[in-house]
Design a protein around this ligand. Sequence first.
Ligand code: DND
Length: 239
Amino acid sequence: MVATFAEEEVERVVEGVVERGDLPLLGQDPHATYRLGIMGGTFDPIHNGHLVAAEQAFGDLGLDVVVFMPAGRPAFKLDKRVSSGEDRYAMTLLATSDNPHFLASRFEVDREGVTYTADTLELMRRMYPENVELYFITGADAIADIVRWRDADRIASCARLVGATRPGYDLDHARTTIAASPYPFDVTYLEVPALAISSSYLRDRVMGGQSLRYLTPDPVSGYIQKHGLYGVPHGRYES
Ligand code: DND
């Protein structure tokens, strides 16, 4: 693995994680293998498409747990208006709280500066023992792009990838792009029930005063209303 963080930096991060307790404790039995899923996203807001993709990965790959990790300052959205990390983390926590094998993590939200996936995965790879395998879950669209993400070679050396189908995205394109890449990506592709939902669609509905029911868990809709996110029309409070 190409390491970029000094040992002291990794130790400092581990201390923070232990203090917050929001990453799972895995790897205790040296004779067992553990599988940790990481679902990275902007989650602005989180929706049922994200949840279904993660649940499918959990079942199909025999994961022990899936950690939802809202991006702190997403590298690729620096020019866009994104809700605060606190709001996106709170919505992620609400959306995942009733599923015993889902966790929401502040790992990226609490990190200063731009949050790159390669940094997250290197830190996690170095925090967990070797018997904990990391699986980074993304939509198929993101899989095709990943070769252009910062330090894609470091991503390939730290984690396996899980590419979930997403309506409108062609798996062949993702497969060809990955096969042509010089980096040793290990990708498992998953067929996920097609949910043609996107965060931008949800934001547009909120702006238009339309319900989010059945698109995202109700507590997330309630949070959006209470906190006036995405231009919720004033004077209304309903899910
Ligand atoms: P998005 O903004 O696409 O997340 O970010 C996905 C992850 O990529 C984050 O962890 C970013 O930090 C990382 N990233 C992107 C670009 C560059 C770099 C890192 C870098 O380090 O250089 P969304 O909240 O929009 O979506 C989250 C995931 O869910 C995505 O993988 C998306 O494809 C997927 N998704 C669906 N999957 C199945 N059915 C649906 C979906 N809607 C979104 N309906």
